[in-house]
Design a protein around this ligand. Structure first.
Ligand SMILES: Cc1ncc(C[n+]2csc(CCOP(=O)(O)OP(=O)(O)O)c2C)c(N)n1
Length: 664
């Protein structure tokens, strides 16, 4: 059999596994896997460094299917190359409840899937983080241990999404030459021809951002291989536009949107078998083809072994540290470092903004944790995210810094941070204003869905922003973030709570965390130096009442000290009042019911206070509680005047409590 025949049969195995699975599920996208089968066959068969026997090998090349709707492409490849976690039965169960082959590839659910994709453009934007992490890790541990590529298959949709522009610019600026994007240039999206919606010269666009760009026939294995080999020697990231026919092989549907996202149908599928000379029943892969694919799966064994030997021979300490970093464990000295941070926080009685508290805490954390890599979307000196330890920028060609200038690209930053975390070896954190968390939201959602440790430092967390006005004053963002499952949202009230929030965020290996921090100064509330990490409870009594409480005041962040002032007013009038700090709704919801009941207490009047909308508070304090906060957008003016204008003052809180008390 000629090489070309062998290639065609290997590619056809992908095509028919994909088409058969979609047909059986009566749902899915056969067009993309059928169109990109040739590209995938060359990539996995000849180029990609991977070992199905050890899917987590740290120095494997990363493959990212950004066009996640073509999930059957990766599932076929995982099965064909011999991943233990993917059987033929799994392929037959495509899109069924509980299967390893869900509609779109899910990280952590299916072995061999490096990132969850489906929301178009995300995988491409994640890949920038993967490629950056590879360079940074290589800079810290050397090319003997870290030297791999990041390959992406992206579709028209990925390139149309706005996030792609942020990702492409970032990759070009960072000269990520080991990032190689294979664009499925098939001229088709769901609505029809790409000409309906795009007139961009994509090659020129990528070139303008510092990439190599080339176009090949995506059905010519020699051209695919040559382009990949060339890309690997480049000093820039590379785009390979692979001109393909969507649904290649389906006689009447190929090249049309009819094959994008619907089963071929029995007749068309039979006709495709005939056209491509695939004379086998559904889901059957002939032995010669399966053998060829399994051999491809063994191709990198030697490279893997050699890497293992290099690791074994590496300096003892370097190896231990590398392995710790890959496992994502915090260093053993973490507890001691944290204790020091808290002790210093208790000692410093000066009022500070929690964004400044964040910086103080980060100074110590980043000095002790080399895995922490910071950044900001051009608000470094507002977010206070840069520390002495991270003072060196991540810069080509050395990449030995720990601070990334993401530019004004919040979405690209959040997606890149997902990639950095997924790659392993780093804990990324990045900042912007809380109000612009909306620009990060799709990537935050995916971080939460995937369960990866990314920390968002969102400062300027309320109308306390002041003069910048309602465009910059978050009102609904906190509630919207609290609505994302598996995301921890912290709104600390002082330096001690900020330190606790950072500790909890770093220890939370299975999901992302948000720190919402103030622009304005706040007094130290946690003056008792002997307290445990109370933020871990999500909510706790921070100021007790002098007697049986008549009023319970609940607040987060800047409104905790405001409630303490309201308590003083009420206590002076003989109304015993307690204050409960609520730094994290999610952690409070996780507490046993009895503890929650104790924290909420039995005072006849409850008032929740937050300079944001009420949504979410009912679950903490009950719908019978009063709420002092925002009901609409903010206003431009000095912060104190804006708070007064919206009635978020100690006097108003005390008055709200008293009027409730009268009624009760
Ligand atoms: C952010 C986002 N918007 C919309 C969709 C729905 N969607 C899935 S595939 C697709 C068309 C993608 O076209 P293309 O990338 O060319 O894929 P192909 O038709 O080649 O398979 C759309 C709009 C999505 N998955 N993600």
């Amino acid at each position: 059999m000629s090489n070309r025949e062998k290639h065609d049969r290997m590619a056809n195995a992908i095509r028919f596994l994909a088409a058969d699975a979609v047909q059986a599920a009566n749902s899915g996208h056969p067009g993309m896997p059928m169109g990109m089968a040739d590209v995938a066959t060359v990539l996995f068969g000849k180029v990609l460094k991977f070992d199905p026997a050890d899917p987590h090998w740290p120095d494997r090349d990363r493959f990212i299917l950004s066009a996640g709707h073509g999930s059957m492409l990766i599932y076929s490849l995982l099965y064909l190359t011999g991943y233990e976690g993917m059987s033929l039965d799994d392929i037959k169960n495509f899109r069924q409840l509980g299967s390893k082959t869900p509609g779109h590839p899910e990280y952590g659910h299916t072995v061999g899937v490096e990132t969850t994709t489906g929301p178009l453009g995300q995988g491409l934007a994640n890949s920038v983080g993967f490629a950056l992490a590879e360079r940074m890790l290589a800079a810290q541990f050397g090319g003997d241990l870290v030297d791999h590529h990041t390959y992406v298959i992206a579709g028209d949709g990925c390139l149309m999404e706005g996030i792609s522009e942020e990702a492409i610019e970032l990759a070009g600026r960072q000269k990520l030459n080991k990032l190689i994007v294979l664009w499925d240039d098939n001229h088709i999206t769901i609505d029809g021809s790409t000409a309906l919606s795009v007139a961009t010269d994509q090659l020129a666009r990528f070139e303008a951002s510092g990439w190599n760009a080339t176009r090949i026939d995506g059905h010519d294995p020699d051209a695919i291989l040559a382009a990949l080999e060339r890309a690997k020697t480049s000093d820039k990231p590379t785009l390979i536009a692979c001109r393909t026919t969507i649904g290649f092989g389906a006689p009447t549907k190929q090249g049309t949107n009819g094959v994008h996202g619907a089963p071929l149908g029995a007749d068309e599928l039979a006709a495709a078998r005939k056209a491509l000379g695939w004379d086998y029943p559904a889901f059957e892969v002939p032995t010669d083809v399966l053998d060829a694919w399994r051999l491809a799966g063994l191709r990198s064994r030697q490279a893997h072994k050699a890497w293992g030997e290099r690791l074994k021979a590496a300096d003892h300490e370097l190896r231990g540290e590398f392995e710790r970093r890959v496992r994502g464990e915090l260093p053993s000295k973490f507890a001691e470092v944290y204790a020091g941070i808290v002790a210093r926080a208790h000692a410093d009685k000066n009022p500070v903004a929690t964004r400044k508290s964040g910086e103080i805490v980060l100074e110590a954390l980043t000095a002790a944790l080399p895995e922490m890599v910071g950044g900001s979307a051009d608000l470094t000196h507002s977010n206070n995210t840069k520390t002495k330890a991270t003072s060196v920028y991540v810069e080509p060609p050395k990449y030995d810094g720990r601070y990334i200038n993401y530019g004004i690209r919040e979405h690209g930053m959040a997606a890149a941070m997902n990639g950095i975390a997924l790659h392993g070896g780093f804990i990324p954190y990045g900042g912007t204003f809380l109000v612009f968390s909306d620009y990060c939201r799709p990537s935050i959602r995916l971080a939460a869905l995937m369960g990866v440790r990314v920390v968002y430092v969102f400062t300027h967390d309320s109308i306390g922003v002041g003069e910048d006005g309602p465009t910059h004053q978050p009102v609904e963002q906190i509630a919207a973030l609290r609505a994302i499952p598996n995301l921890l949202v912290f709104r600390p009230c002082d330096t001690v709570e900020t330190a606790e929030a950072w500790k909890l965020a770093l220890e939370h290996k299975t999901g992302p965390s948000v720190l919402a921090l103030t622009r304005q100064n706040l007094p130290l509330m946690r003056t008792d130096p002997n307290t445990r990490c109370l933020t871990a409870k999500g909510a706790y009594e921070i100021v007790p009442a002098s007697d049986d409480a008549q009023v319970s005041l609940f607040a987060s962040g800047s409104e905790v000290s405001l409630c303490a002032a309201a308590r003083d007013i009420l206590e002076a009038e003989g109304i015993p009042t307690r204050v409960v700090s609520v730094p994290s709704f999610e952690l409070f919801a996780n507490q046993p019911e009895e503890s929650r009941r104790q924290v909420v207490g039995t005072a006849p009047v409850k008032v929740a206070v937050e300079a944001a909308i009420r949504q979410g508070w009912d679950a903490v304090v009950g719908s019978d509680a009063a709420f002092v906060g925002m009901t609409g957008f903010g206003a431009s003016g000095p912060a104190g005047k804006v708070f007064a204008h919206f009635g978020i003052t100690a006097e108003h809180v005390a008055a709200a409590a008293k009027s409730r008390l009268k009624k009760s």
